[in-house]
Design a binder for this molecule. Structure first.
Ligand SMILES: [Zn+2]
Length: 207
């Protein structure tokens, strides 16, 4: 019989991506063996995730620093969406927040983002994604009439092709141009794992 705290932890962590029940149980015992101080540190790190806010324009998580709080008290915008020096009518559409960070690291993009979330294999959008897209289209229309460019910064997989078709038809009414990352991304390559130069090159060669 598993001790109750171990079972509770394992049941919860087994619901996370890439952790099965057995691994989650092993992890619980492992953490328990690390001692009180470390357990408390893990607990604090976990609790701190709760402090993150979601940007109401790009749907990325951000940390509400005092500076940002002052700027965006009533609007709840991330550091990119609230930055007046970014080109707000050039938008990179990414699946994952980690893709956004990879693109930022390449320092080759001065526009902003929309985080759409990972799309199902059959290419359909879920309710949340439909809402994000509708919200985003409304925002663009209200602010610019049309965006200058929307870059589909998608992972280069078959999935991404499917996705691009759906997104193309959804987006073409709100932008002058739709581009995709150019050559240079390895086939089947994921944005998250591309090095900064490769990603920078793919951004510069978008078409
Ligand atoms: Zn934002």
């Amino acid at each position: 019989m598993l001790p109750h705290p171990i079972k509770k932890f394992a049941d919860l962590f087994a619901t996370l991506p890439s952790l099965g029940p057995r691994q989650a149980t092993r992890l619980a015992f492992y953490l328990a063996s690390r001692g009180k101080a470390e357990i408390a540190e893990f607990a604090r790190a976990l609790a701190a995730l709760d402090q993150l806010q979601i940007c109401k324009e790009c749907f990325a998580h951000y940390e509400n620093t005092p500076k940002l709080q002052k700027n965006t008290e009533t609007t709840r915008l991330c550091e990119i969406c609230s930055d007046p020096h970014r080109e707000h009518n050039i938008i990179a559409l990414v699946e994952r927040e980690t893709d956004r960070f990879s693109i930022e690291k390449s320092k080759k993009f001065r526009g902003r983002y929309l985080v759409i979330g990972e799309i199902a294999r059959d290419g359909t959008l879920n309710t949340e994604q439909k809402l994000r897209l509708a919200h985003f289209k409304r925002l663009i229309t209200e602010r610019f009439g049309k965006a200058k460019e929307i870059i589909l910064a998608l992972n280069s997989t078959t999935l991404a092709d499917l996705e691009a078709d759906i997104l193309l038809s959804e987006l073409k009414t709100v932008t002058e141009r739709i581009t995709r990352l150019g050559r240079g991304m390895p086939t089947g390559g994921e944005i998250e794992f591309a090095d900064e130069d490769t990603l920078g090159g793919a951004l510069e060669n978008r078409k």
